[in-house]
Design a protein around this ligand. Sequence first.
Ligand code: NDP
Length: 249
Amino acid sequence: MRLQGKNMIVTGGASGIGLATVKRCLQEGAKVVIADMAHSEGAARAAALNAAMGPCRFIACDVTATAQVDALLADTVAQWGSVDIVFNNAGIGGSGPAQDVTDADYLRIIDINLNGVFRVARAALRQMYRQGAGSLINCASILGTLGQSGTVAYSAAKGGVVNMTRTLAIEAAPRGVRVNSVGPGYIDTPLLKNLPPEQRQALIALHPIGRLGRDEEVANAVLFLGSDEASFVTGAYLLVDGGYAAGKS
Ligand code: NDP
């Protein structure tokens, strides 16, 4: 049990990579809060996992709302006494060619995928500094360091997440807290559900391993970074991308 005794929060935990991480970390003995939008499947999924696997709760939290993010941390501490691991994962896709992107679309993606990561990181670090320990993992993407046509807001946000992680890691290290990011390649989750088949094939071809990733493969990387096995790992950007970036550098 690699996470025995650890209390964890996963934002965007009702679906995809977040949900796979919730399950994987429950398997390893963590108590896990699924934090996601109020309208999500999070409440039902947490109840089912709580019955089948181990302590799991749902807390409704929109990462664009500072008060909800701060309440998420406070509520978890009130229930379980500490927050040892936070997976800062909530995010949305989208964009389109830059010339067609509206202010509203651009700002929404930045507000969830970049500002949301900051709000959660700030609340998590405040609590982890009080504890003198913790592990924060931010969800970036291969588009955190590589460009791709049609992703202007998304790639701007993810690039911000990669470099925000490095700065937070430097600030947090003397206080006993580690901060890392993961960089998934294309992972077969609901985020990709609307892709036409030919676009899906084109994406597969970009991964030397010859397939899209599975959500549990990202979950395993988060598990490692959250665990004490990663005790000397901070400021890292851990690619989980089937060789996508290796083929581009
Ligand atoms: P999913 O859409 O399956 O899951 C994301 C979850 O985040 C959903 O439950 C979503 O709710 C929730 N969410 C959206 N907005 C907010 C918000 N404002 N506050 C709280 N929760 C919110 O996506 P993935 O699992 O694929 O993506 C998870 C992370 O992985 C994202 O950060 C994404 O950018 C990143 N990623 C994904 C890749 C992929 O190929 N799938 C590749 C690289 C990175 P709702 O359904 O209501 O929107």
